[in-house]
Design a protein around this ligand. Structure first.
Ligand SMILES: Nc1nc2c(ncn2[C@@H]2O[C@H](COP(=O)(O)OP(=O)(O)OP(=O)(O)O)[C@@H](O)[C@H]2O)c(=O)[nH]1
Ligand SMILES: [Mg+2]
Length: 202
């Protein structure tokens, strides 16, 4: 009988639209980042095996605050859902507010140990991803790449994408590993759960 990882018991802690609303900067936490609509909130729900813990939507730009979730039995260990970047229809003002909020989090958060960068596997390494990666350059944080919506690709497309991704990864040494994932088909879920548990020392 194969061993299955238990879901991550997660509890919503708070939604912060400004840095003074962030919960206490202690313990350790992992942040999920990625383009708007890439599947960050869906991935959090998959980790917790819940449907509506993190709000998901077909409408890009759904998550506009930094949403903190903590382990149900340990408030000091957190998963953080960052608002997606690169939402084309967002006003300049909203995009600036996004950048200010994200930077205040990424640059100052002592508890933050790792970033999980989510890319829609059908469209990896778009310009907005590259902009985000260069913004991360000075942070010195390991980035774990998750290629999601793998269920949308056939095996030939998957192989081709993985080739392109491994070439691109060579340009970004901060990306320490990559994983093919699908929330719908639970592809890679077991591996991701184990990785996150390791990082959070659960
Ligand atoms: N087929 C498929 N669809 C997915 C998968 N993950 C997410 N989606 C869909 O992609 C859309 C966007 O998902 P969200 O989780 O809301 O994306 P997000 O990155 O949180 O978006 P923002 O909050 O706007 O930044 C939704 O319609 C999801 O159902 C997946 O693994 N497979
Ligand atoms: Mg979201």
């Amino acid at each position: 009988m194969s061993y299955k990882s238990k879901p991550l018991p997660l509890t919503f802690a708070c939604a912060a639209t400004e840095s003074k609303l962030f919960p206490s900067d202690s313990g350790n936490e992992i942040a999920l980042c990625g383009r708007s609509n890439s599947g960050k909130s869906t991935l959090i729900n998959a980790l917790a095996n819940q449907k509506k813990l993190a709000k998901t939507s077909n409408t890009p730009g759904r998550t506009q605050s930094i949403n903190f979730f903590h382990l149900t039995n340990d408030e000091a260990k957190k998963i953080v859902d960052l608002p997606g970047f690169g939402y084309a229809k967002a006003s300049k003002q909203d995009q600036n507010a996004w950048a200010k909020l994200i930077l205040s989090y990424l640059e100052k958060r002592a508890a933050l140990t790792d970033l999980i960068l989510i890319m829609d596997m059908r469209h990896p390494f778009q310009n907005k991803d590259l902009e985000f990666l260069s913004l991360c350059n000075s942070l010195n944080l390991p980035i774990h790449l998750v290629l999601t919506k793998a269920d949308k690709l056939n095996s030939k497309e998957t192989q081709n994408t993985l080739k392109v991704v491994s070439e691109k990864m060579a340009d970004y040494p901060a990306i320490v590993d990559s994983l093919v994932f699908s929330a719908t088909k639970k592809i890679g879920l077991e591996t991701l759960l184990n990785k996150i548990k390791l990082l959070l020392e659960v």
